[in-house]
Design a protein. Sequence first.
Length: 588
Amino acid sequence: MFDIFDVLALIGGLCLFLFGMNVMGDGLERRAGNGLKALLGRLTNSKIKGFLTGVGVTAVIQSSSATTVMVVGFVNSKVMTLRQSIGVIMGANIGTTVTAWVLSLGGISSDNFFMTLLKPSSFTPILALIGIGFTMFSKSSKKKDVGTILLGFATLMFGMDAMSDAVAGLAQVPEFQNLFLLFTNPLLGVLVGALVTAIIQSSSASVGILQALSVTGAVSYSAAIPIIMGQNIGTCVTALLSSIGATKNAKRASLIHLIFNFLGTAIWLTVFVIVSNLLKPVILSESATYFGIAVCHSLFNILCTVVLLPASSLLEKIAYKLVPEGDAPEKVVELDERLLATPAIAIEQSCHLAAKMAVEAVESFRLSIKAIGEYTPELAERVRTIEGDTDHYEDVLGTYLTKLSKSQVSDEDSATVTKLLKAIGDFERISDHAVNVVEAAEELREKDIEFSAAARAELGVLSAALEEILALTESAFVNNDLGVAYDVEPLEEVVDDIKNALRNNHIVRLQDGSCTVETGFVWSDLLTNFERVSDHCSNIAVGLIDEREQTMNAHEAVKSLKEGNSRYNEKYEEYSKKYSIKMLEATK
């Protein structure tokens, strides 16, 4: 008989099953981070490539809901077009069927030793032991992630066994058998499947629950198939919820997911009703098995894709009809919080925005240097506009990266987050100094002050050195080029030497009367801003080196760059000759 203790065991098993699936999925996402970036980076408008990408990504992370939410985030951030998203969404439905096949191993029943070894109850204890060993004793983030995946899988399978054992007693309960007789009504079966999946927000989990219930023998194929069809509709809830507040294209992507599953269910449910009523195949009255449910789940999703993939353009048109274009321009979404669920992808998007910030910050200082000799109001306004943009980027990136750092990320990704958080502050300060230089140029213009010919020549040398160190820093950061990053520090030291020489030369000019005190104030401000910009360039380059070598100590990184480094000494000598103030003095 089925009693209260069986109910408690069922609840416990279900909780273990859902928890294990969640833990395993998180671990798979972290380990597959770079692979996901590579797969999604090769996306084109090809339906087949998009479809295969959807299959691959979902097969790896084992959640069509997670894949679809990612897609909504990509479309929302304009990383992916709506057309590209359609194939990925369809492929996700097939990729998620892998879980049912893994769970079907629990239905193996044989006295053969080798067949018994394939049963999860035989090998999951070993996986759990390896997983706990990696998780507790390994310092490597990769091994810890592998341990998390193994523990998640073992927990999932233990939960599955617990559910199966708990519901075994239901086979003798007439009310339970009558309940599944009701589900032989196709519409009711679809409704139940949709509701259960919408509540737990995982079609893989709801299929697993159905497989566990199949051990009672009360679940016939005529009841299981409509429930499986309904599960595809229920899994759309996650994407629909994630599209709230998103751009119109993101909303269209989530609607395409719903339309695809709804139409697929409607088409094949109609076929199912006709076949079951006219032909009355014997198999429909037989009890469903773990393996049989996995076959039905895969076959249904494959058939839906075969019918609707060629009609993807039609789905796109329907989505545009349901969510028409508006007159008001949509707000640009630079970083979508939906992507925080997939840290590797979120970091990739953060890197893109930080690179954009870097390019603009460097451009602002180049323009400010130009403004000293060729000032125009338009040039000054452009520098101030960029400074406002970089302030915005720092705010957006800082908030996003702080949230991302609270997620479970790998050591490698954590180092990247730290690098970005440091770099965006330096780039924002570079744009601030650009405004300061423009203000100095405006002061020269308003007070009708001019530097002496010697001062202008010296400033030209310092400006050229700043132009190069900015170019090196931008290239190193945007391209993540460690070789270029190593060249920044020796040039930064040369800039310091030039600044000191220029300050001393200015004192001499003050003494011989060729320079005024009023000019000296502007001169000092320019030198200070130029030097500080080179310091920020050094910080950014050292951050790149620190991330790669994981020294976690900027001072140690700089020290190791200078001491006993022949390349550093060679580059320092090269830059010293290239930007020599003594050469200017010799030509006076």
